[in-house]
Design a protein around this ligand. Structure first.
Ligand code: CTP
Ligand code: CA
Length: 223
């Protein structure tokens, strides 16, 4: 796709995007989560809709307005996100997993509020389902795109995730660099593809990063 060919390069394509954090409840008044704002995923959903795609946005809890012209599926926990994503997966042409999924969830979810006492409280956590790994295992026609949020060796960790989760492309960002990360309106990413290519971008608005992510994914879709 090059500008001018058509303004709606994704017409007829079904695109599934996950965004935001997940929320893991421990009792009716408390939960574990992370700093994800959802801004990156929502920007991708808006951009895909502008390009004509049939967009489904599965979102954890965020403070953002739900994008116009997309099918919106709100979820809370990783388990709910997993169920929602699996229901949609088969029909999709492109799946972009920008959600910051909780890696652990409390082993016990108390039905009543846990009262404080004089001692400390240890919460035992168990691993959640790695949604993207399951999508990688079940991949058919879908182009599968993951994100990697890192604070260390970006390239090594991102390439490892792309391989391990059977992805076609991974968008890596260092979440503690200036102007990037969770609540910022800008991001600085490197996009790795399974053919070994790497493309490093300067600091850009999340809207611009969203367009680049879609343009790169469209190459993999042969558009
Ligand atoms: N992911 C997922 N399900 C999980 C954890 C992560 O689908 N339970 C997805 C994220 O949506 C993202 C990708 O996997 O697209 C990478 O997430 P990230 O947190 O960077 O990697 P992890 O594999 O969870 O490893 P770690 O957090 O230890 O770096
Ligand atoms: Ca993780």
């Amino acid at each position: 796709f090059t500008a001018g060919q058509t303004d709606l390069p994704l017409v007829g394509k079904r695109v599934l995007i996950t965004a935001g954090p997940t929320r893991e409840q421990v009792d009716p008044v408390r939960y574990f989560t992370n700093y994800s704002s959802g801004k990156m995923g929502y920007a991708i959903a808006r951009a895909a809709a502008r390009m004509g795609a049939d967009v489904t946005l599965v979102s954890g809890p965020t403070a953002l307005e739900k994008p116009a012209g997309v099918r919106f599926v709100p979820v809370e926990s990783t388990e709910e996100m997993f169920q929602a994503v699996m229901k949609e997966y088969q029909a999709m042409d492109l799946v972009i997993k920008s959600a910051a999924v909780a890696d652990y969830t409390p082993r016990i979810k108390y039905e009543e509020k846990v009262k404080k006492n004089n001692g400390s409280w240890s919460v035992e956590m168990e691993k959640t389902t790695d949604i993207l790994s399951v999508l990688g295992e079940k991949k058919e026609q879908q182009v599968l795109v993951g994100f990697a949020a890192e604070t260390g060796d970006l390239e090594r960790y991102a390439l490892d995730k792309m391989k391990r989760k059977n992805l076609d492309m991974i968008v890596a960002n260092n979440v503690i660099q200036e102007g990037a990360g969770f609540s910022a309106d800008t991001n600085r990413v490197v996009i790795f593809k399974k053919d070994g290519s790497a493309k490093e971008y300067p600091l850009l608005s999340k809207d611009k990063v969203a367009e680049e992510v879609l343009l790169q994914a469209m190459e993999l879709m042969h558009l």
